[in-house]
Structures are given as C-alpha cells and as structure tokens.
Design a binder for this molecule. Structure first.
Ligand code: HPA
Ligand code: ZN
Length: 326
C-alpha cells in the first residue's frame, strides 16, 4: 500500500481545527457576494496570493478579515459541512472543532447563529459520514478576561451543545495566567479545557496552562522542547499535544518541515497528535499534514499508526466508546 493510502486508512481524530480557518477563498467569495460583504481582496487568486505569513499575527489579521463573510446560520453550516467532507476523505472518524464566537459577536452576529449552524453540521456529519464531533468554544486571548466572561455568559444556555473551551489568537503578551478565573469557572461548569501554548510563546506559558488553567491538552506546545524539565513532565503525565506541522511552517515557527521537532517529541515519549489548525490558510488538511510530515521527518508506519492512535486516545470521547476505532 502506498503511503498516502496507508495514512488515509488510519482511523484518526482531528483535535486542533479552527472551523473559521477552513474557509477556502472560493467559499469566502461566494458567501461575501451572497451576503453583500466587501472583502479586502479583489479575487480568489489575490486572496491566496496574500497568504504569505511572517508570524502568527500576520495570519490572524487575514483570518479575522476573511471571517467577515460569515453572516447567517446557513453560512456556518456550509462552512462546517465542507470541512467534514474533507475530513471524511482523510479518514477522520472524530473531530473536535474550535470556534471563535467573539470574532462573530463583535460584528453583531448572534452567538446562537454561529452555534446553531455549526451544530446542525455536526449532526449531519454523523448521519452522512459517520463522523462524531464536538464543539470547543475558544476565547480570544487578545481580548480581556472580562470579555471572556461575557462570552461565557452567552454560552450558558447552550452548555449541552458545547463540550469544552480553549484559548487562541495572539499568544505573545497574553499568557494563560490572564485567564485563570475564567478557566476555573469553566471547569466548575464541567467543561473540558484546553489552551494554545508554546506555539510562539515560551515554555513557561505551557507550564501556566497546565498549572493555572489545568488544561487537559496543550494546543501546539512545540516550544516545550526548549525546557528539559517540562519535556519530562509532559512525557510522565502523558499530556496530549495537538501539533500542527504545516501551520508551524506557514507561521515561521520552524523554517522548514525537515527541521520540525515532532519526531523528537514523539520519540521522547510525549503524546503527540497531528492536526491541521487552519487548513484553508496553511496548505493542507489533516491527511496532508500526516503525509508531508512523514516524508520530511522519515516517520515509520508504526509511528504514523501511533500518532493516529494518540489522537483517538487524546479525544474527549469516553474510553468505552472508542473501541470501534482502536
Ligand atoms: N494560533 C492561535 N490562534 C489561532 C490559530 C493559531 O494557530 N489559528 C486560529 N486562531
Ligand atoms: Zn490553533
């Protein structure tokens, strides 16, 4: 079996996917036209050409601009259905989707519009593709903790439809400690908790996410490699890292995929997973992330199988329900 088919056949979970980051330029333009929204670019081609990023912030500026095309419930539904079709083709059996309500409520879109559209797609993905899914509400860390509390307030009537919370957007200068009270409240409400840490920020942010936010997974986490004591802890505690190799190259966290430390993290015994982050912006969905990383780092098939198994074990699906995949 060739490598691509081998990867596709591995049952896998995607645990680090921003649904707004799966908005392909073609859909962005179609929605903008349908909704009468003006985008900062003239064409699909010009949009793609603008996807040359120097760091996280240079990406986020475009990502928030593109999200302005999403207005109605059906837009969020179409967006997520397009993602599920791609995920299914890549052998994804379970997906935990991040969504950024503040990006939309700030523009006057109702919280329920976003949630209803995404949830309807999650239900349809189950019946159409047999993909199970969960929604994880991400707080934007460049905003204040009080703004996060206001968003949590809007989420309260819908907690049965929201599985967990995360922390995303501009990392540097916005340490996890800024959100200690908010995450404590979310844990009290029974929500799962994760956070982006150690993508651009220092290893100390990963330690804060673990100790202060008490997260169950670290999103990215690649800068853990700079701190041997933290590496030992992550291996000992088997804290899952949701690594996104193509994202890290596009955002210049590593210069080239051959220099990525995913294999080093895996061989140090950390519970590493492979994910796509914002596939419409970073040049590949989860299967492409597996494939390009396998080639660049010379991963064995046993290592690829381990990565896929890690993703299922690191998911928020209860252990008793994972057996059909393992
Ligand atoms: N990092 C931080 N925030 C984000 C990302 C990311 O990779 N993608 C979307 N929001
Ligand atoms: Zn991310």
């Amino acid at each position: 079996m060739d490598l691509e088919s081998y990867i596709r056949a591995l049952p896998k979970a995607e645990l680090h996917l921003h649904i707004e980051g799966s908005l392909e330029p073609e859909m962005m333009f179609a929605l903008a036209q349908r909704n009468g929204v003006t985008l900062p670019w003239d064409s699909v081609e010009a949009t793609r050409a603008a996807y040359a990023f120097s760091d996280l912030q240079s990406f986020l500026d475009l990502y928030y601009a593109g999200a302005a095309a999403l207005i109605h419930e059906r837009d969020f539904h179409e967006l997520a259905m397009a993602y599920f079709a791609r995920a299914h083709a890549d052998g994804v059996v379970h997906a935990e989707l991040f969504f950024d309500p503040q990006t939309h409520t700030e523009r006057g879109i109702a919280f329920e519009t976003v949630l209803d559209g995404l949830e309807r797609a999650c239900q349809e993905a189950q019946t159409r593709y047999g993909i199970s899914s969960r929604l994880i509400l991400c707080f934007l860390r460049h905003l204040s903790e009080d703004e996060g509390f206001a968003t949590l307030e809007q989420a309260l009537p819908h907690l049965g439809r929201i599985h967990g919370v995360g922390l995303d957007s501009s990392e540097k200068g916005h340490p996890p400690s800024k959100f200690t009270r908010l995450f404590a409240r979310c844990r009290d409400l029974g929500l799962h908790v994760v956070a982006h840490a150690g993508e651009e920020g220092p290893p100390a942010y990963i330690v804060e996410a673990l100790d202060l936010l008490q997260v169950e997974r670290i999103d990215h986490g690649v800068r853990a490699a700079e701190d041997p004591a933290l590496m030992a802890r992550l291996a000992r505690e088997q804290v899952p890292l949701t690594v996104c190799p193509l994202s890290n190259i596009k955002l210049c966290v590593f210069d080239r995929l051959e220099q990525h430390n995913l294999r080093q993290l895996l061989e140090a015994g950390l519970k590493v997973t492979i994910n796509s982050d914002d596939p419409a912006y970073f040049g590949g969905y989860v299967g492409q992330n597996y494939l390009e990383t396998a080639i660049a780092l010379g991963l064995s098939r046993a290592q690829l199988k381990q990565l896929a198994r890690n993703s299922l074990e690191a998911s928020f699906v209860p252990e008793a329900l994972r057996s059909p995949w393992l």
